[in-house]
Design a protein around this ligand. Structure first.
Ligand SMILES: C[S@@+](CC[C@H](N)C(=O)[O-])C[C@H]1O[C@@H](n2cnc3c(N)ncnc32)[C@H](O)[C@@H]1O
Length: 143
């Protein structure tokens, strides 16, 4: 990554460090948000692609650019038994995400304050990658 791209990434980090996104209250549950649960369910994507129904138990799901963890929570609710791994460059966002998942009783989760560029450092493989609302930035800095 060149200097200009690093500076831009640092500015993005600082922005989300002071204003983690989304501001959805910690205690809010997506359990009745059927559309979001449907969209973030591995079974849906897998069925659309392979016309097979899979079991979400034991699957590993990456939430890249997880922010304050609202989508990570939806992923956890929508995929029973799956492990959720969230990453984000903003430490504050990651802390909120950790608190959110804990509050809702999910312990098969891990969050890391790292950039998507450093993903290989986790040494993990994923069955499914969720990347909501981060594409603009990754495109802009040439990912
Ligand atoms: C608009 S928020 C989206 C949060 C969440 N995905 C959602 O849809 O609710 C974008 C997030 O991407 C993170 N982000 C931006 N560039 C990143 C990068 N290169 N690696 C990891 N996270 C990044 C930001 O810190 C921010 O929390």
């Amino acid at each position: 990554m060149d200097n200009q791209a690093s500076e831009l990434l640092e500015k993005i980090r600082q922005q989300y460090e002071t204003s983690p996104y989304p501001r959805t209250p910690l205690e809010q549950s997506p359990k009745d948000d059927f559309n979001s649960l449907y969209i973030h369910n591995l079974v849906t994507s897998y069925y659309l692609r392979y016309q097979k129904v899979i079991d979400t138990e034991g699957k590993v799901i990456l939430d890249a650019g997880c922010g304050s963890g609202w989508k990570s929570l939806i992923l956890a609710e929508a995929n029973p038994g799956a492990k959720i791994v969230g990453i984000d460059i903003s430490e504050e966002s990651v802390k909120l995400a950790q608190q959110r998942l804990k509050f809702h009783g999910f312990d098969n989760v891990e969050f890391h304050a790292i950039s998507i560029y450093d993903l290989p450092s986790l040494g993990q493989e994923f069955d499914y990658i969720n990347n909501d609302n981060m594409n603009y930035y990754t495109r802009f800095i040439g990912c």
